[in-house]
Ligand binder design. Structure first.
Ligand SMILES: [Zn+2]
Ligand SMILES: [Zn+2]
Length: 222
C-alpha cells in the first residue's frame, strides 16, 4: 500500500497519469462530464435535470452522445468502485436530489443473464454507492424473474412485461416512508414507473425515481 502513495493516479476515463489522488478522473475529463451535464435535450430544449420528456424521473445525464456512451457505459468503468462512487455523487448532486428525506435506497434489478455477462448489476452497484455516500440504508426490494428484454418491446408491452417480471422481496412488516429507486439508464421510463408502482403497493408510501441517464429517443442505448 505504501508504494501507491508515490505513484500518480491514473484518470479512469482517459488513462492519463493526471488524476488528483482523491478523484478517479483528471481535470479535463471532469470538464467534459460537466459539459455533458449541461447538454440540451433535442426534444424539449432543457438539460437532463429539467427535461420534461419523461416526467417524475430525476436524471443528470442525457444518454445521447458518443462521449456519454464512452463515459457512462464502458462497463470496465462500472467495475471500478471509485468511479461508481464518483458518478453516484456527481449524479445525485447534478440532479438536485435532497437525499436527507430517504429512509431507504433500492434498485431496478437487471436480468440474471445480463448480470452473468457483465459480472455485476450496474443499478445495484449505483444504489450501493449512493447508500454509502449519503448514509441511506440499502434495501433490496425487487427480484427479476427473467423474461424478455424491455428494450425490445413497445411501451404498452413493456409495462405488462415489467409487472410480470418482478417479484417483491421487501419485508411486508416494514413500510418505508420514502424510497429512492435507482436505475442506470431509462428509455421510456416504463420500467422505473412500473417498479415504483409495485413498491408503492408493497414496500413504501413514497418512491422517488432516479436514473443516471435518460435516452431522449426510443432508440436502444447499446
Ligand atoms: Zn482524464
Ligand atoms: Zn426533453
Amino acid at each position: 500500500m505504501k508504494t501507491s502513495l508515490f505513484v500518480p493516479a491514473k484518470c479512469i476515463i482517459c488513462n492519463a497519469y493526471a488524476a488528483p489522488s482523491e478523484m478517479p478522473v483528471c481535470e479535463e475529463c471532469l470538464y467534459k462530464l460537466q459539459d455533458l451535464l449541461s447538454e440540451k435535450c433535442p426534444h424539449c430544449g432543457n438539460t437532463a435535470r429539467d427535461c420534461s420528456c419523461i416526467s417524475d424521473i430525476h436524471t443528470p445525464f442525457l444518454f445521447r452522445q458518443d462521449t456519454a456512451k464512452m463515459m457512462l457505459y464502458r462497463f470496465k468503468y462500472w467495475g471500478d468502485k471509485r468511479y461508481m462512487r464518483f458518478l453516484a455523487e456527481l449524479g445525485i448532486k447534478a440532479a438536485g436530489i435532497n437525499t436527507a428525506k430517504f429512509d431507504g435506497v433500492t434498485y431496478v434489478p437487471r436480468l440474471p443473464r445480463r448480470k452473468r455477462r457483465y459480472g455485476f448489476d450496474q443499478s445495484k452497484q449505483l444504489a450501493k454507492a449512493i447508500s454509502q455516500i449519503y448514509s441511506i440504508p440499502f434495501v433490496p426490494t425487487l427480484k427479476r424473474k427473467g423474461g424478455l428484454e424491455q428494450k425490445l418491446l413497445s411501451r404498452g408491452a413493456r409495462i405488462k412485461n415489467a409487472k410480470d417480471k418482478y417479484k417483491v422481496i421487501c419485508n411486508p412488516e416494514k413500510k418505508y416512508k420514502n424510497l429512492l429507486l435507482v436505475d442506470d439508464v431509462t428509455t421510456t421510463g416504463a420500467t422505473l414507473k412500473v417498479c415504483a408502482m409495485i413498491l408503492r403497493e408493497n414496500c413504501a408510501s413514497r418512491v422517488t425515481l432516479f436514473a443516471l441517464a435518460k435516452t431522449p429517443t426510443l432508440q436502444p442505448p447499446f
